[in-house]
Every structure is written in C-alpha cells, then in structure tokens.
Design a protein around this ligand. Sequence first.
Ligand code: ADP
Ligand code: ASP
Ligand code: MG
Length: 413
Amino acid sequence: MALYVMKYGGTSVGSVERIRRVADQVAAVRAGGDDAVIVVSAMSGETNRLVAMAREIMPATVDTRELDVLLSTGEQVTIALLSMALKALNCDARSWTGAQVRVLTDAAHSKARIVDINTDRLRADIEAGCVPVVAGFQGVDEQGNITTLGRGGSDTSAVALAAALGADECRIYTDVDGVYTTDPRVESRARRLDRITFEEMLEMASLGSKVLQIRAVEFAGNYNVPLRVLSSFEPGPGTLITYDTEEDEMEQAVVSGIAFARDEAQVTITGVPDRPGIAYAILGPISDLNIVVDMIIQNVGADGLTDFTFTVNRDDYARVIEHLRSQSSELGGGSVSGDDRVAKLSVVGVGMRSHAGIASRMFRALSEAGINLRLISTSEIKVSVVIDEKYLELGVRSLHEEFELANASVDPD
Ligand code: ADP
Ligand code: ASP
Ligand code: MG
C-alpha cells in the first residue's frame, strides 16, 4: 500500500464539474488500496481576482498581512468543495487549512517559507481511512498570522507535505501532461519529457517555466522527494524528476529545454564613475528595498566612467527607476534609463557541461531570426539572453528548431 500526495492546480479544480472529476480520481486511488493526501489550489482565476480587489482598495502599498488573509480564502473554497465531492462518492474526506494542519512558516508575508509541518492530524485521518484535503499555498507563522507562499505555492505545499509524510510519490496534476521541452502553449511541437533531472528542472523553474514553482523543486531536491508532473485530465506517465544525474546525463540530449520569463525589465545607469564600490553603491540600496536583481552587466570603463545594466522583475521596475533617479547625484551624476518590455530566453541542459558551442548555436539561431540580444549570461547548464518581449515567441520557436527538441532522438552534436 503506497501513500501519494496528489496536488491539483487551479484549472483542474476550476469548476464544480472538474472538482467532481478530481474526486473520482482520488476515490479510484483509495479503491485501489492506496492512501492519498490531497493538496489543492484555488479555482483558476480566483487568486488573481482577489489580488485585483485588494489593489483597488490599496493601489499604492498593499498590506501584505491582510492580503495573505484574503488570498488564503481561495484555497479554503476548494478544500471544502473537494471534501464534499469525495464524501458524495462515499470516500471519507476532511478539509484542512494550512493553519489547521499547522504548516508553520516564517513571517515573510506573500513569500513565506515553510519551516515545519505537523503531520499528526493528517496521519490520524489516514489511519482512520479518511482522505485529508489540504489547502495549498498557505501556512501560519509563530504568531498565528496566516501566510502565503508566493504564486504557484501550492506545488511547494505538496512537496513539503510529501517530504514530511515520507510519501511514496508527490504527484503534481496540472493542465498539461508533464514537463515539456518548452511551454507547449508557445511551441505546439514541444515534446513531453519522460524524465528530467532535478538540476534541469531547477533551472527551468528558476528561468520562468511555471509548471513547477521553484521552491517546490528546491524542496524536492533537499529531501529527495520522488516527484512527478502529470495531467489531471488524461491518464499517462507524466514526467518524473530524477536525481540520478550521471546516468541521465549520458542518456540525454545536450539541450533539454527552453525556458522563458516575460515579466522582466532592464535598467541602465550610464556615466557613473568607474571606481571601487560603484556596484555596491548602485545595487546595495536596491537589495535593501527587497528587490531581486537578476542579470548584471558592467561595461569596461572609458575616461573614468562606466555603464551599468541589470534586470529586475517588471513589477519592481518603476520603484527601481524612481530610486536610481533620486540617487543619481550621489552616484556621480549617471543618467538612468530602462525598458520594461523585455523578456529572458534560456536554453537548459546538463549535457552542456561536456559539450562546447551551445551558446554560439543559440546566438546564430537568434541572429538568423533577426533578434537582437541585449544581455547575455551563462552558467554551467544554461545560457540566457534578454531580448525584446515582442520577439519572445519567435525566439522560443527558433531555438526549439535549432536544438531539434521536437525529435525524440539525442542531439547529434
Ligand atoms: P497549475 O494551475 O496546475 O499549477 P500552472 O499554470 O501553474 O498550473 O502550470 C502549468 C502551465 O505551465 C502549463 O499550462 C504551461 O503553459 C506552463 N509551462 C511553462 N513551461 C512549461 C514546460 N516546460 N512544460 C510544461 N508546461 C509548461
Ligand atoms: N492559488 C495560488 C496562485 O494562483 C497558488 C497556486 O495555484 O499554486 O498562485
Ligand atoms: Mg502552478
């Protein structure tokens, strides 16, 4: 008898009809003799709807404590409805909010990290033959405040619960039937991967593939949680996230996937003094504002001056520009400019460790598509470029073609 943590995302519980279908699947697992703990997201669109209402009331600064109280209601709806649907099938079930379980988090509202999970109540349910249905995306801090885990956070709830319960597998059921070579909504020829290494999945998630929240992947790696992504609509094996890197490296193509993030912004400050401490003077205060800086490029200086470019999330763009303009004289008079219509496009693959020339193939393919590269950054298993957002789809398709990702065969290089 196995124990599965099964997580259903927003589209999978997007209507009463869909909730009934999820209940059918869960009841079938129980009827097969296995145990299940269910994690659900809010119904699709619900979290966005709640965020929009909060912004209407508080356009300037959002009170993150109250926002978390608000956003956590989305998942409270689906745990109750799914539990009802299971009971209607004579499958005993019980709903639990994060606070009721005691998913203990730190106090960082809207991006809280799970610190500990008390599994007593869930284990008692399982032993009593009852299916616990847990609200994803939420927890509670030491002071009893409701917290949320960041967008897409139900994935992390599921993986953390699977780790805490020692589940046999954490199954992330979503609206695609696995992890693809790239987002199948952008490239229809994208191919489902049977397996992807943990490292590649981590890069894909951190570079924008929202099929799994990055923290969920990190958590799975830290606790070696067997993790699978699969469709809630059709049966199939999905994609297994593997930890046995060496064996997989030998079998896999050089490039496994293409990731992208649309919500990027680029900021440049030109003509700052080229002196020790300038990077810190520019970026230190930005980090103090709790803004994450991604790619950073400092030009070679000329005439004692240099240019400095970096990227931030688009939501932070206005704040960064305003901050830098206010600091301009202290920074030696540099002029500040930027563009919040840029996107990051990346190729990922553990095979890059042993194969040269991936970056140049990428640059050639993008140049043949007429796409200008604004920024470039590389690491051991990925190459990323920043481009105009309007060319993103074209870039994704060009790279998918260049690295022959639509074909199941191993890359010829
Ligand atoms: P859920 O609501 O189930 O959590 P999400 O919308 O968060 O679902 O994640 C699933 C979506 O991720 C898919 O619909 C797909 O558009 C997108 N996606 C992005 N990159 C990939 C990829 N490489 N493979 C599969 N899906 C991807
Ligand atoms: N409902 C939350 C969101 O939309 C969490 C999740 O779906 O994972 O981000
Ligand atoms: Mg998601």
